[in-house]
Design a protein around this ligand. Structure first.
Ligand SMILES: NC(=O)c1ccc[n+]([C@@H]2O[C@H](COP(=O)([O-])OP(=O)(O)OC[C@H]3O[C@@H](n4cnc5c(N)ncnc54)[C@H](OP(=O)(O)O)[C@@H]3O)[C@@H](O)[C@H]2O)c1
Length: 281
């Protein structure tokens, strides 16, 4: 196994992570999949999506911190790659989002991710490995309803910048991938959830945010149909991992590139005007 490159991948049970694990296995990598339980482990192995697993629930930080020990128990002390695809989405008007919902979003998308990344640095240092972290267009441009999700993705962008600028002395490279919409379980569940919440909307929420729920849900339904296949985004993650000289950040999907360009070119008040047109309230 000494010449085979070892990569640890999160989010392998669905969407981008699953498509990525398939591509990595096809290319001969030794894939260490993060999953939550033995049932998922059996499923991943039966689909030949990994060589081994470690158990992590990103919402429980201690499980993320236990990964170095889980790896060393398997005789793995050096890693060529950490490819992070796991996250959850959260959508609420900021006025009404429960603090516990916000906290859970940060536990999974930021603290769990950070604890995992932090613990893997010694193993990445040994192999001069690379991190590729999946962010989102919400990491630079936040739509109505997506303030909390966008805050977690902004935090991820900041941590990636920090890691990239601190870890270069050891040859550890760090790249960010910013996808646009992806046709995965995340978006599918999101559409179902938003339709349900829209139907049940009542009282002051309906009065203040009813129109936003309608326009946002409609945008998500239309967006799902046009969204990028997960394989397209996984290919960009793989490229970011394999590029001889990786960029600090990669757009993934045409929508991501266009949004990035618009965001860089338009002043904030023009972006606000566009947002009001797309999401009338
Ligand atoms: N879908 C989009 O439109 C979109 C757009 C922009 C950016 N992104 C980003 O792209 C990445 C991949 O998203 P996706 O669309 O592929 O999502 P997905 O299909 O919903 O897959 C999410 C993955 O994250 C894992 N995960 C969720 N909560 C976890 C937890 N607490 N602990 C461990 N693993 C957990 C899931 O595992 P379980 O099966 O165990 O739940 C699953 O494997 C994410 O970073 C997402 O924010 C997505």
């Amino acid at each position: 196994m000494s010449n085979v490159k070892r990569v640890l991948v999160t989010g392998v049970t669905s969407g981008v992570g699953k498509a990525l694990a398939r591509q990595l296995k096809d290319r001969g990598y030794y894939v260490i999949a993060c999953c939550r339980n033995a049932e998922q482990e059996a499923e991943l192995k039966s689909q030949n999506l990994c060589d081994t697993v470690v158990f992590v629930d990103l919402g429980i930080v201690e499980t993320a911190q236990s990964v170095p020990k889980q790896l060393s128990d398997q005789g793995i002390d050096a890693l060529d790659g950490f490819l992070h695809c796991a996250a959850i989405s959260i959508a609420n008007p900021l006025e009404t989002v429960a603090l516990d919902t916000m906290r859970h979003g940060f536990e999974v998308n930021v603290f769990g991710f950070f604890a995992l990344m932090q613990g893997l640095i010694p193993a990445l240092r040994k192999a001069k490995g690379r991190m590729v972290i999946t962010g989102s267009v919400a990491g630079f441009s936040v739509w109505p309803m997506l303030g909390v999700y966008g805050a977690t993705k902004h935090a991820v962008e900041a941590l990636v910048d920090g890691m990239r600028r601190e870890l270069w002395p050891w040859g550890i490279t760090v790249a960010l991938v910013r996808p646009g919409g992806i046709k995965t379980r995340m978006l599918e569940r999101h559409v179902v959830e938003m339709k349900g919440r829209l139907a049940a909307l009542d009282g002051i929420d309906k009065q203040n945010y009813g129109k936003l729920y309608v326009s946002y849900t409609q945008a998500m339904i239309e967006g799902f149909e046009k969204a990028n296949p997960p394989e397209v985004i996984a290919t960009v993650v793989l490229k970011a991992f394999e590029d001889a000289k990786p960029k600090a950040a990669y757009g993934a999907g045409a929508d991501s590139m266009v949004l990035r360009l618009i965001d860089l070119l338009l002043p904030d008040n023009a972006m606000d005007w566009v947002t009001r047109k797309v999401f009338p309230v």
